[in-house]
Design a protein around this ligand. Structure first.
Ligand code: NI
Length: 394
């Protein structure tokens, strides 16, 4: 058994990874429209001799790399979609599609996963098990993972472990975030209608003012995080959209509010929902109004299995050192990768990729977002080594 030098092999791929990433970057496609990207992915996987399925969850692609011997199945997930943003970068590989941009790094994720497929396919004879490469559409509208799961991506064969990564501009190259437990929040969206009784603004006593009621509700909702939850459990409740009224002298009939809830634990999510209902109903009825609350739970929290992340930290240590890993990197942002990690132990890590020597910081989803392309070979090396931990007999 020869040991594989993942770092050297990945570094040798540097230039082709950059070319591929820049091609994806120039040709961004929005959720469920990743036809060009999916076509390139499928073509490359076919070339590598993987078993390829297209049209999984509309525009998703699955490639299975079958090892020489039997063993566990490892799922590697990459997302492919871009964002509806007009790119403001002036470099030569900027988006050629007005109003669409890879502003989150998914061009890099797709490139890295293809690189891993290429690297590991050279070592098929050493592999005991199989790798299921999942190229997911529509992460940005959190619909792609659900569509792929509905199309059976977790069956035949069912993965034993799921792995994923996100390029992360909050950290420099060479730093990783590999935490245990929740790393990205579950996300719910809500729509609240408060119904009062309209009337003349000069005669409020003859109406039931839903605007004042809404104001009290908005303020009181902020007490849930501060007064009802365990302070060690993170959560966010944001009211982000208000629709009310038509003129300065009319008390409107109703007010509509929208917003989002982010939590790391399902029990916290359920408690937030319960308290929202109680507070809204109580305040509305106290002010003579009625309310209708709809909550949709869009995304599950992404939670790393402690055994898997512990094992991965062991693998990653030889690449970035123990000091290079942050074991508490978490964000209230959301991701639908959690659907591949439900009942399947998994690990989702952050790969530091902030642009070096840059005076200004442009975060994910900014029109001037970019990342350090040296993160591409590092990502290939890390993910290949992570997969090898499960399917390469020592
Ligand atoms: Ni993203």
């Amino acid at each position: 058994m020869t040991t594989i030098d993942f770092r050297t092999q990945a570094n040798a791929m540097h230039d082709e990874l950059v070319v591929r990433r820049r091609d994806f970057h120039q040709h961004p496609e929005l959720a469920f429209e990743e036809f060009r990207t999916a076509g390139i992915v499928a073509e490359e996987l076919n070339k590598l001799g993987l078993e390829v399925q297209t049209g999984v969850g509309k525009t998703g692609v699955v490639g299975i790399l079958e090892g020489a011997q039997d063993g566990p199945t490892v799922l590697v997930r990459a997302d492919m979609d871009a964002l509806p943003i007009l790119e403001e970068n002036a470099f030569e590989y900027a988006s050629v599609v007005p109003g669409k941009m890879h502003a989150c790094g998914h061009d890099g994720h797709t490139t890295i996963a293809l690189g891993v497929a290429k690297l590991l396919s050279r070592h098929r004879d050493q592999i005991a098990g199989r790798i299921k490469f999942v190229f997911q559409p529509a992460e940005e509208i959190v619909g792609g993972a659900k569509a792929m799961v509905a199309d059976g991506v977790l069956n035949d064969p069912r993965p034993d472990v799921s792995l994923g990564l996100h390029l992360w501009n909050g950290m420099p190259l060479g730093r990783l975030g590999v935490a245990d437990g929740p790393v990205m929040a579950g996300s719910s969206r809500f729509t609240l209608k408060i119904i009062g009784k309209g009337g003349h603004a000069a005669s409020p006593h003859q109406s039931l003012d839903p605007v004042v009621c809404a104001a009290h509700v908005i303020t009181a909702l902020q007490s849930i995080v501060s007064r009802n939850l365990n302070p060690l459990d993170g959560a966010v409740i944001s009211v982000t959209k208000l629709d009310a009224g038509t003129a300065f002298n009319i008390i409107p009939q109703h007010v509509e509010l929208r917003g989002t809830v982010r939590t790391f634990k399902l029990e916290v999510r359920d408690l937030v929902e319960q308290r929202m209902r109680e507070i809204i109903q109580g305040i509305a009825s106290a002010m003579g109004c009625t309310s209708e609350l709809q909550i949709e739970h869009d995304v599950l929290p992404v939670s790393n299995h402690p055994d898997v992340s512990e094992r991965m930290r062991g693998v990653f240590q030889s690449f970035v050192g123990a000091d290079g890993m942050d074991t508490n990197e978490r964000t209230m942002g959301s991701e639908d990768v959690g659907l591949f990690m439900t009942d399947i132990p998994g690990m989702y890590f952050f790969l530091g990729a902030s642009v070096p020597n840059s005076d200004e910081y442009y975060g994910h989803h900014h029109p001037r977002f970019d990342f350090d392309e040296n993160a591409l070979p590092l990502g290939v090396a890390l993910m290949s080594a992570a997969v090898a931990e499960y399917v390469l007999p020592k």
